[in-house]
Design a protein around this ligand. Structure first.
Ligand SMILES: O=C(CO)[C@H](O)[C@H](O)COP(=O)(O)O
Length: 162
């Protein structure tokens, strides 16, 4: 699996650990930054670049997921979700890691590196990567509605305010 990662200054220590962990697990890690500690750097571009790479890989048939993380993971999730085709989930325990894949077919996990121990956060990411989408009809239907809204601004058969 190719794993695209991105963070900001709040996640840089975790990034070093995560890259080694994922590589040891046999994944190909692509780091979208930052490359050095800058306490006033900004997460959006790093996370958007990782998210764009996930979409490009998946559209090319390459197995890929994204991992973005910062202090809370909130802004990093928001940034990733600005990219068409991204379903980024903020994960904060093992259950939300599993459900992000089973129900949402999330292709990016977002983590608050300041909210968890390194072991906890690494475990959530391992769980997320290992968990398959359920392919249950109701979940596929809802994901398709999100994609339709993203593409057209509406959802056929549903009331979406103009
Ligand atoms: O989690 C984040 C965004 O959601 C950032 O990592 C966090 O806001 C950075 O905070 P600070 O600039 O105070 O170190």
């Amino acid at each position: 699996m190719r794993i695209h990662i991105a963070t900001d200054h709040a996640g840089l220590d975790f990034s070093t650990h995560l890259k080694q962990h994922l590589a040891e697990a046999g994944h190909e890690v692509v780091d979208h930054g930052p490359t050095e500690y800058d306490p006033i750097d900004d997460y959006p571009a790093f996370c958007i670049n990782a998210a764009k790479a996930v979409v490009a890989d998946q559209q090319a048939g390459v197995q890929a997921l994204g991992v973005v993380f910062g202090g809370s993971g909130n802004g990093e999730q928001i940034a990733a979700n600005k990219v068409h085709g991204i379903r980024a989930a903020l994960v904060w325990n093992t259950s939300t890691a599993e459900l992000a894949r089973q129900h949402n077919d999330a292709n990016v996990i977002s983590i608050g590196a300041r909210q968890h121990t390194i072991e906890e956060a690494t475990g959530f990411i391992d769980t997320f990567i290992a968990e398959p989408f359920s392919f249950e009809e109701r979940h596929a239907r809802r994901i398709a509605q999100l994609a339709e809204f993203e593409a057209t601004g509406t959802i056929a058969g549903k009331h979406v305010d103009a």
